[in-house]
Design a protein around this ligand. Structure first.
Ligand SMILES: O=P(O)(O)OC[C@H]1O[C@H](O[C@H]2O[C@H](CO)[C@@H](O)[C@H](O)[C@H]2O)[C@H](O)[C@@H](O)[C@@H]1O
Length: 296
């Protein structure tokens, strides 16, 4: 890896190779980013989630310099586009190729035309919706949890409970049984257990983006347990010859990603600094001129 003062150095050799390959041909590189905890700081109410203030300018600088930019999130795709302010970026340089893969890859929002693709409602979600309030009440007679109805999935949050970790543990078994009754899967996350349709994950979503865009390198950043599937997919892609970097947006709530990553940064502020550092490095290498129109 050449010297780029604005860029942190990955701690693994594969990560350093990934970043070197990224910077060698940024106009063919793919950047895929998780939303909550990676672009947006964690807040008590999911509806209040917004990108860190340094994220939009960093994305605006980076998008025209690279081959492809995507958000892969557990949020509904339309919700992420709205909360992320991505609708406002439509028409901005480089955002014609920007896409949000929501619901762990089951939904897609395209910045090019604002189109949204969602799967038909899953019967298990519809059935579990009716049972869920009672199951939560029975599991937590003396504490509270908040149900987030995402349309295609149901998330039970304990962040606002008196004892969030104990509440999560009390919910784990009853929610697992409820999910099994309705052919759903339980997706654990930061103080949340989500009931969602099976059949996709962030690893499959990332692999599909790579299959479609055929980038020369890929960088994925995430913070939560659902992002481990994307880390695993990136390792498989690397085994098959595609260089890549796994970036962890660090937190004290989830440590598994920090142990599995090539580069640890300090939460969404650190992710924004990394994105901006990438733009600096690309612009520096090109003598201040944006590098091209991309391959995505
Ligand atoms: O894949 P992501 O973009 O990371 O989305 C995962 C879940 O994120 C949201 O929940 C998390 O963020 C909330 C807002 O900061 C926080 O209150 C909660 O404790 C976190 O778990 C979102 O609400 C979920 O729907 C997403 O699945």
């Amino acid at each position: 890896m050449g010297s780029h003062p604005a860029l942190p150095v990955p701690t693994t050799e594969a990560g350093r190779d990934g970043l070197t390959a990224f910077l060698a041909a940024p106009e063919r590189a793919l950047v895929a980013l998780d939303f909550d905890g990676t672009l947006a700081p964690i807040v008590p109410n999911p509806e209040d989630s917004r990108p860190h203030p340094d994220v939009p300018p960093a994305l605006a600088r980076l998008a025209p310099l690279i081959g492809g930019l995507a958000v892969i999130t557990g949020r509904a795709a339309a919700d992420a586009a709205r909360l992320g302010g991505f609708e406002d970026l439509r028409g901005a340089p480089g955002f014609d190729r920007f896409t949000v893969l929501g619901a762990y890859g089951a939904e897609r929002w395209n910045a090019l035309d604002g189109s949204l693709t969602t799967p038909p409602p899953h019967p298990g979600v519809m059935a579990a919706r009716a049972d869920l309030p009672g199951v939560v009440r029975d599991a937590l007679p003396s504490d509270r949890a908040h149900i987030e109805d995402k349309g295609g999935a149901l998330a039970v949050h304990t962040r606002r409970a008196d004892d969030p970790e104990a509440a999560l543990e009390a919910l784990r078994e009853p929610l697992t049984l409820l999910a099994a009754r309705h052919a759903l899967t339980v997706e654990p996350g930061r103080r949340v257990l989500e009931l969602r349709p099976p059949g996709t994950d962030k690893g499959a979503a990332l692999a599909e983006l790579v299959r479609a865009a055929r980038p020369s390198a890929v960088l994925y950043a995430g913070d939560d347990l659902g992002d481990l599937a994307a880390f695993d997919a990136l390792v498989k892609l690397r085994d098959n010859g595609l260089p890549g970097v796994r970036v962890c947006s660090g937190s004290t709530e989830v440590t598994a990603l920090a142990e599995a990553c090539d580069l640890l940064v300090d939460g969404p502020a650190g992710v924004a600094a990394l994105l901006s550092g990438l733009a600096d490095a690309v612009e520096g290498a090109a003598g201040g001129t944006p590098r091209g129109t991309g391959a995505g």
